[in-house]
Design a protein around this ligand. Structure first.
Ligand SMILES: [Mg+2]
Length: 236
């Protein structure tokens, strides 16, 4: 079969695929390290924070609120329990600011989604804090272009099998597009779909895995603007 195998459904990741996200974490992390400058170098504080995030992921899930709690936990650790309440207040304030950052839609996103919207079923699939993801989607102005929005606690092969069956014709006729190999690309291919990687210059270290270069359904584009042509090329 030399068409795109009846591709009917395209899933899009949101953070750092449709709009900026990781940059706000990086900025806050720098600010956090500056608050604790008497207790370690920036890279040491960052490493301790990452350890806390890794430990807490299964409990708090992804998103800013869990990140804020991990900053507090790290501050307590690196100060041997002596972190002043004023610093805790600063951390909480930094977290609150992240939860109200402006939405910056990435280049070529709107045009791409508009181009594909008529011909394919489009599903936004994102993980993180429900409230925050809803806020960002509303702020992006992209909400009406999607046929469905799914905010999930994690993204694995079972997630994609379920969502592409619910909103499409099953994973084999679906494609997932995103900046995270670990969350967007590899599990979508594992579920039987296409996985398209759109790298973002900032991607969280816990989202890195090897690119599945040997997989026939793996593709990589440098910019979301290349997606319509890619989808078209799969028909041949
Ligand atoms: Mg992402």
């Amino acid at each position: 079969m030399r068409n795109n195998n009846g591709l009917t459904t395209i899933g899009f990741d949101a953070d750092d695929t449709l709009w900026q996200n990781e940059q706000f974490f990086r900025l806050t992390e720098k600010r956090f390290a500056a608050m604790l400058v008497d207790h370690g170098e920036e890279n040491q504080i960052s490493a301790r924070l990452l350890e806390a995030e890794r430990r807490n992921l299964a409990v708090y899930g992804f998103g800013i609120k869990g990140f804020t709690l991990s900053m507090i936990e790290t501050a307590i650790e690196v100060t041997d329990g002596r972190v002043p309440a004023s610093v805790i207040a600063e951390i909480l304030e930094a977290g609150r600011e992240m939860l109200s950052h402006p939405i910056e839609v990435l280049p070529n996103v709107r045009e791409t989604v508009e181009t594909l919207a008529g011909a394919y079923r489009l599903v936004l699939i994102t993980k993180g804090d429900l409230f925050d993801q809803e806020r960002k989607l509303a702020g992006s102005g992209l909400g009406d272009l999607f046929d469905a929005v799914e905010i999930v606690s994690d993204k694995n092969a079972a997630t994609y099998a379920r969502l592409f069956s619910r909103h499409g014709d099953g994973p084999a006729k679906s494609m997932m597009v995103g900046n995270s190999l670990k969350s967007d690309v590899v599990p979508a291919i594992e579920a039987g779909g296409w996985g398209v990687h759109v790298p973002h210059e900032l991607t969280w270290v816990l989202e890195h895995v090897e690119a599945p270069v040997a997989e026939p359904r793996f593709r990589q584009i440098s910019d979301l603007g290349q997606l319509p042509a890619l989808v078209e090329s799969l028909k041949n």
